[in-house]
Design a protein around this ligand. Sequence first.
Ligand code: BGC
Length: 521
Amino acid sequence: MPVGGFVVGDGQKAYPGKLTPFVLFTCVVAAMGGLIFGYDIGISGGVTSMPSFLRRFFPSVYRKQQEDATTNQYCQYDSPTLTLFTSSLYLAALVSSLVASTVTRKFGRRLSMLFGGILFCAGALINGFAKHVWMLIVGRILLGFGIGFANQSVPLYLSEMAPYKYRGALNIGFQLSITIGILVAEVLNYFFAKIKGGWGWRLSLGGAVVPALIITLGSLVLPDTPNSMIERGQHEEAKTKLRRIRGVDDVSQEFDDLVAASKESQSIEHPWTNLLRRKYRPHLTMAIMIPFFQQLTGINVIMFYAPVLFNTIGFTTDASLMSAVVTGSVNVAATLVSIYGVDKWGRRFLFLEGGTQMLICQAVVAACIGAKFGVDGTPGELPKWYAIVVVTFICIYVAGFAWSWGPLGWLVPSEIFPLEIRSAAQSITVSVNMIFTFIIAQIFLTMLCHLKFGLFLVFAFFVVVMSIFVYIFLPETKGIPIEEMGQVWRSHWYWSRFVEDGEYGNGLEMGKSSNQGTKRV
Ligand code: BGC
């Protein structure tokens, strides 16, 4: 397949174009997609530790919480309906991201974003005005549908709009906005919990309407991506749009590549069965294992339940929410470190360093909680130094995640798939992520009740397994153009047996060199 485009000295493809204000605007909208996801992750833990919210919707949990501290603290939040409140969203998101992949492909990215925004607004309003538990759950499900649509379409929209030189940074930018969303939710929870009359939870839940409205309005004014227009046969409009986006007149190279790529991917009849071919074994393995491991770090135990967890280990409601704000800030700051370092130090270094850091912290937290609560869950008096040690190690753990598995859990899958399987493989990554987010959210409180401090050791075990997996099986992808990625598998001691020379990508691996610097592209 002769693909247009030209090659610069370092062997990478280059298209003319700059970071126009137009493109920047699209990035802001994408950021909103991350914010609504993050806001939801951060908000539920806070409201479920507000006594007025529990008293109204989950009276049995409230009663257990009010019993004196000599009873088993590990089990005070163990309620199936309370867990369903948190986790229903992820199941809904999983279902809708599958639906969204068709909407996004057939009707454009913009429509999916619009659906996402509208569903999200509806969910936020129902939650904010909730009078019964079922309203809470229905609201969460609508939010989940919204997230499924938004998370499926926004990153895609962003990648297609972004000039190729800025795509990597923008990818972690999406994760950064997730962390900002989590933090904003935690800060709001902290203040809303103080509102007299105990109705602050309505503001926390209803507040999701703000980022939702922004993405709804944003998607109304944004154009669709040129890629999506071409996919739907609107070639002339796509070319005009591409000129506007890139801020240059000569976009024919890039345009021809987009047309060629779209033709190739349309010629693949069954992208899903295609994925099962032997040569895609390494990609399929990573598409499944990376999001699986990301969730098995146990990060969402902290993200969803930080205030509940701090409450369980003896903090007052106020101190619990404040500690969650602290961990949320660490999460944002450490993501910036990863934006800075990911192309300097490489993915493998960050994965392994982050893994070691998380492992040490999990062991310390398990030891602290075990020492104080024992197996019967009765702490007695908790000294201040103890609280400081636990919060400090939880923060170091969050930092470790936020510069490794957090952003890389999304970045690495998105950069290793060849074009012909990229979209299908990416859907697998998103689905696996949502399934395990759901499972962890669903069983954490029960696990805390039964495994007690041992729960942290379970996650620690998985961190060891995932670090060994990365060490042995994940090749370094730093500084390698996506189109050249085939080489990392061909030169890998294990994966090379699946991927043979020249077999790759049916010629789709654009820019394969015949000699250094001059490529047939
Ligand atoms: C994960 C989420 C997690 C968040 C925390 C994301 O990469 O997919 O599950 O809550 O990071 O910052």
